[in-house]
Design a protein around this ligand. Structure first.
Ligand code: CTP
Ligand code: A1H0Z
Length: 311
């Protein structure tokens, strides 16, 4: 799929960024943390953030990824989460053509780095495919074709570097890896008349979340071989890797905060949570509708393990 990427890059130096909520330690502190935590990656990793949707289910005028959250578009938090990860080379943001100007403005305003903006497609798979293709066409001297591509919905702002590291390493070993979470409700199949057909044994199933990781070759082959029906109706990249490459993804239990903003109420809950997670390094997590907070005071890094989200 030919895409003409629109490119904006900032250098990697820790320039004076605007004083706004930060997620990860910066500079030397961050690098030494990596060494301590063993978060070293010795192969090129890039990210594709599909952000080309309209957010219909929220009922909001503005696509949810661009909705303001504490005065800052939701997508800016997600981009920052990845640009703070030193072993990530390029962040491809895939947006609808009509939103490319808006995305470039967000990059400028919040001084985001390492970002490549690419036009999206009519479905999520088509957008992701455009983003992956753009990684193979990079002409920047320093840009290497990635060994691993992480795919992460732009409307999931809470992404944890430790977990990204697990996904990247597993994807390199297995060819594909994905985040899962336990189901909190039983899944049922309905008849066309709207009655119960059958229910699934909940213990045997998991919710597929993001981030997911793939070797570049696997995800490229999967999108090369998949059908128009996959592009039109599919919602699961791991399935494409299995179906078209015979690559069985390693599934990794993710933290409770791998939410996707899908409907209006989740956006409101995320906004309140963004206030806690992004504004303060240390914070008091009070109960939110639908979440059980179990620890009175958390450091930002421990947040993920502690807030239990009950959907
Ligand atoms: N043509 C599309 C459709 C979706 N997405 C992105 O895929 C992610 C997850 O999709 P979803 O939550 O379904 O977003 P929307 O399609 O925007 O939501 P809705 O289905 O309510 O319209 C989002 O970041 C969305 O922007 C995309 O890049 N291109
Ligand atoms: O585009 P939708 O939100 O309908 O589906 C996206 C989800 O399927 C995806 O984010 C994860 O569940 C894993 O694939």
């Amino acid at each position: 799929m030919e895409v003409s990427p629109v490119y904006m890059q900032g250098d990697d130096s820790e320039q004076d960024r605007p004083a706004y909520p930060r997620l990860f330690p910066t500079g030397e502190a961050r690098k030494s943390d990596h060494l301590k935590a063993g978060l070293c990656v010795d192969f090129p990793v890039s990210v594709v953030l599909p952000a080309g949707g309209t957010g219909e289910r929220t009922g909001l005028q503005t696509p949810k990824q661009f909705c303001p959250c504490l005065g800052r578009p939701l997508i800016s938090y997600t981009v920052e989460s990845f640009e703070r990860v030193s072993w990530i080379q390029t962040i491809v943001v895939v947006v609808a053509k009509e939103n490319i100007g808006l995305m470039m403005d967000i990059i400028q305003r919040f001084q985001h780095k390492k970002v490549l903006v690419v036009p999206g497609g009519s479905t999520r798979h088509r957008s992701i495919c455009n983003g992956v293709a753009a990684l193979g066409e990079q002409r920047r001297p320093a840009a290497h074709k990635p060994k691993v591509v992480i795919i992460h919905d732009a409307v999931r702002p809470f992404v944890d570097e430790d977990f990204l590291h697990k996904i990247a390493m597993a994807a390199k070993e297995q060819g594909a890896a994905g985040a899962i979470r336990p189901l909190v409700s039983t899944v049922i199949a309905t008849t066309s008349e709207g009655y119960l057909d059958h229910s699934l044994e909940r213990a045997k199933y998991r919710a597929s979340e993001m981030p997911q990781g793939f070797t570049y070759d696997v995800i490229c082959e999967a999108y090369k071989k998949c059908t128009e029906s996959d592009f039109e109706f599919g919602t699961e990249c791991l399935h494409l890797a299995l179906q078209y490459c015979g690559t069985n993804a390693k599934l990794i239990d993710g933290p409770p905060t791998l939410w996707k903003v899908s409907v209006k109420t989740t956006f409101e809950t995320r906004t309140m949570l963004c206030k806690k997670v992004f504004i303060c390094g240390n914070m008091t997590v009070s109960s939110f509708p639908g979440t059980d907070s179990v620890t009175p005071v958390l450091s930002g890094a421990n947040f993920q393990q502690t807030v239990m989200r009950k959907l």
